[in-house]
Design a protein around this ligand. Structure first.
Ligand SMILES: [Zn+2]
Length: 302
């Protein structure tokens, strides 16, 4: 009888993680589907267009000597991005450079297909380049859930990086000029991109925030998720707070309230007006920093 109970306990202990992993995978795949619903495409400002989904952003910055595409979205979303670019009247083969906010499947998944179709170069930060080239398998930010990459979750088609950059480097395509701000922490090479935008006779600074989110198993204290993660987050908040941002953009649409701003566009003669939101930018960073400080305090007390 006792022996029977012992085996039953072992079977339950063995099966439980499998069931939990299965439920987690199902939940993740449902989230991924919801996040891939198309929205737009539409113009945000002068030469800036939104070509992403309801949840995950992709931006097209157009120029006379070629375009720059920011973020590749999910692997399954690449055809939708290509279609959106065509709908706007541009040609995918005129995209000369692809850049990425960070090497997670929802932002980097479509890069391989987009690169192949456009023939563009891929620029990536030194901190995330190896993860892009490994299709996510070199990613440390999933902590103990990293094994999920080996069964397909969180991994994505590997993509070759043509140019590796550091914090503060600039990317130029004709008159287009983008500055890379490595705002690390979410991933070691998480990159926020800033670029000027024309609004009639004045110039606005647009910035696409990479991410300031901590993953479920992020450890800011020893053993850290990766060496220096706490300092990276602290520096990222400082970098972003110091930038005089006018047009607030981010890699997830909810962070900069895309749907609300889209609606507001209908009641203005200039599409960029609702997107000029330095206050929303400041509040978002403040909220994320407060959360970071709470997590740091909790983890330091353990
Ligand atoms: Zn991410």
């Amino acid at each position: 009888m006792n022996l029977h109970k012992k085996y039953r306990k072992r079977i339950i202990l063995g099966i439980t993680p499998i069931i939990l992993t299965g439920l987690f995978l199902l939940w993740q795949s449902e989230i991924a589907k919801e996040r891939q619903v198309p929205i737009g495409p539409f113009q945000i400002a002068d030469n800036l267009y939104y070509v992403g989904t309801t949840n995950v952003s992709s931006f097209l910055l157009t120029g006379p000597e070629g375009h720059v595409l920011i973020d590749g979205n999910y692997p399954e979303t690449a055809p939708m991005i290509i279609e959106s670019i065509t709908k706007l009247g541009f040609n995918i083969t005129d995209v000369k450079v692809l850049v990425n906010s960070h090497a997670h499947s929802d932002h980097a998944g479509g890069l391989a297909e987009l690169k192949e179709t456009s023939g563009a170069e891929l620029w990536a930060s030194t901190g995330d380049a190896d993860v892009l080239e490994s299709g996510g398998r070199e990613d440390l930010s999933f902590g103990p859930l990293r094994f999920l990459h080996f069964i397909g979750l969180g991994s994505f088609p590997p993509v070759q990086v043509d140019h590796r950059f550091e914090d503060g480097d600039t990317l130029k395509v004709g008159p287009l000029e983008l500055t890379a701000h490595v705002t690390a922490g979410h991933t070691p090479g998480c990159t926020s991109w800033s670029f000027p935008i024309k609004d009639e006779d004045r110039e606005l600074l647009a910035l696409n925030i990479c991410s300031l989110t901590m993953m479920p198993f992020t450890s800011l204290t020893k053993p850290e998720s990766y060496s220096g993660i706490r300092e990276d987050f602290e520096q990222s908040f400082k970098t972003l707070k110091d930038l005089p941002v006018d047009v607030f953009l981010a890699s997830h649409t909810g962070w900069f309230n895309l749907r609300h701003k889209m609606k507001e566009q209908t009641s203005t003669d200039k599409p960029v007006t609702p997107f000029i939101d330095p206050e929303g930018y400041r509040k978002f960073i403040e909220r994320e920093e407060n959360h970071f400080l709470e997590v740091l305090k909790d983890q330091s007390l353990k």
